[in-house]
Design a protein around this ligand. Structure first.
Ligand SMILES: Cc1cc2nc3c(=O)[nH]c(=O)nc-3n(C[C@H](O)[C@H](O)[C@H](O)COP(=O)(O)OP(=O)(O)OC[C@H]3O[C@@H](n4cnc5c(N)ncnc54)[C@H](O)[C@@H]3O)c2cc1C
Length: 455
């Protein structure tokens, strides 16, 4: 045994090339973190990742609650050393740019942490995967899992390496961390798409956006527009800024032939963006991701668990994806350890993981669903600052999953007020005028081309 970062790690046990305790599909934050947590108990773990890292990934804004997990995973020093911008909070900005509401993590009701990082995911995900390797995980990149077959004593995993012959790997337990590929839930027909929140994202990286100065320069900005659409603006290292729009599937259908044109027109129609983008230059292609939100009806079954985005993806508005991925990894590793200790790999035994992960996801998904209702959106734009309600919202925005009573009653009151406001004002879909209620705004679903979208 040897000791790394003050923790007890088992020395690298030789993993038979064709057999292991746990096979993990996918080397993103969920898969790599599962492997690191499992290595803390000494399990022979193989991570199978279809790409070679570093690889591009969207999802750059992290939360303060990530930090505790970074410590446990032994990656915090390296993350700190990368010089990522520090995020002190989240800003909700009206489309005109005149109205800004800020939620600072330091104002949270419970001490979750006052800062978070805005990371380049290619770089960040590589840190986590390298850490998994460093603690003794057998990480196999450019190795695609093409099929899995349940056996009495585990799973037979079919692997296709990019530059080698296909082979079979036997694992006592299988973890699906394949992200939005949803390897298991798609094949087992467990995947349920949320038709009410079927969205897609269009995004890119820009250089030269004016991000302001001082601590607010590191904040994420969320700019609601149109009917349930919003922009994110995330400051990254090296003067890069990530800008993306999350819109409904109708927009995708309408602009399918020219998504890039749509993205440019939507930016042009948003003064909160054009004000800061006069010198901006796009430095990455315009990319899209379609068809979220979804979840698997089961997160665990006989000898398998599903973690991270492979289990559920709700919506990125509050930047909780990486946190949920890593925390599901921790809970899954705990359930796997218990399964090995008790020699009980049944679905029932592994469901302890599912219960805990669903509880955490529910906290965030409730807030996300509320965000898409006008009465609640108005509460984000004009927070009710009594009874510590804003502090309670800031606590959840920081990523807390605490059950403390002083948080819970405020939380329920927040939802009650939102519901009451909606009831009294009839809960329309999100306003088509500026989220602040101004009437001076350009059309919010910009036409594909033409001058009417510009100001
Ligand atoms: C538009 C958008 C914006 C987002 N913004 C944020 C944000 O600001 N903050 C945040 O925290 N989260 C954000 N997220 C969510 C975040 O990106 C994800 O929650 C996070 O990446 C989940 O990690 P994961 O490990 O589960 O999946 P991934 O990071 O996607 O990793 C899955 C890995 O599995 C591999 N894989 C897939 N299939 C196979 C196979 N058959 N064989 C081998 N390997 C395979 C893939 O190559 C990939 O590397 C956003 C998501 C979207 C869509």
């Amino acid at each position: 045994m040897n000791i790394v970062s003050g923790r007890l790690w088992y020395s690298r046990a030789a993993v038979n090339a064709n057999s292991c305790d746990v096979a993990v599909i996918g080397g993103g934050p969920a898969g790599a973190s599962t492997a690191i947590y499992l290595r803390q108990h000494g399990y022979r773990t193989v991570v199978l990742e279809k790409l070679r890292f570093p690889r591009f990934h969207i999802g750059e804004s992290l939360l303060p609650a990530n930090h505790r997990l970074f410590d446990e995973l032994g990656i915090h020093d390296e993350v700190k050393a990368r010089g990522y911008p520090t995020k002190f909070g989240a800003e909700f900005v009206s489309q005109c740019g005149d109205h800004v509401r800020k939620f600072y993590f330091r104002e949270a009701l419970l001490p979750v942490g006052s800062t978070a990082y805005q990371v380049l995911r290619s770089d960040f995900d590589h840190i986590v995967l390298n850490r998994a390797r460093a603690v003794g995980t057998d990480v196999r990149e450019q190795a695609t899992v093409t099929a899995v077959t349940p056996k009495d004593d585990g799973f037979e995993v079919a692997v296709e390496p990019k530059e080698d012959d296909p082979y079979l790997l036997h694992a006592s337990i299988l973890v699906d961390a394949s992200g939005q590929d949803t390897f298991l839930s798609s094949r087992l027909h467990l995947k349920e798409v949320d038709e009410d929140h079927r969205r897609f994202a269009v995004f890119s990286h820009f250089r030269g956006i004016d991000r302001g100065t001082g601590e607010d320069a590191g904040n994420i900005r969320i700019i609601p527009f149109g009917q349930g659409h919003w922009f994110w603006v995330i400051p990254l290292r090296d003067n890069l800024t990530s800008v993306g729009a999350v819109v409904t599937k109708e927009v995708l259908r309408e602009h399918r032939d020219d998504i890039e044109g749509y993205f440019e027109a939507a930016i042009e129609a948003t003064r909160a963006l054009t004000r800061t983008m006069s010198k901006a230059e796009r430095v990455e292609p315009v990319r899209t991701i379609a068809d979220f939100s979804y979840e698997s009806s089961q997160y665990a079954g006989e000898r398998f668990l599903i973690v991270g985005d492979a289990a559920a993806f709700i919506d990125p508005v509050f930047s909780a994806g990486v946190l949920m991925a890593m925390s599901s990894a921790k809970d899954a590793a705990k359930a796997i350890h218990t399964a090995f200790q008790t020699n009980n790999f049944s679905a029932r035994a592994l469901r302890s993981y599912e219960r805990e992960h669903r509880r955490k996801l529910r906290i965030m998904s409730r807030l996300i669903r509320a965000y898409y209702r006008p009465a609640f959106l108005e509460m984000f734009m004009n927070p009710v600052d009594m009874f510590g309600l804003k502090a309670a919202v800031s606590t959840i925005l920081a990523g807390s999953d605490e059950r403390a009573f002083r948080l819970r009653w405020r939380w329920e009151l927040f939802f009650f007020i939102g519901w009451l406001r909606g009831y009294l004002r009839s809960n329309r879909t999100m306003s088509t005028v500026c989220s602040h209620g101004c009437s001076v705004h350009p059309p919010l679903s910009p036409p594909l081309r033409g001058g009417s979208a510009t100001q």
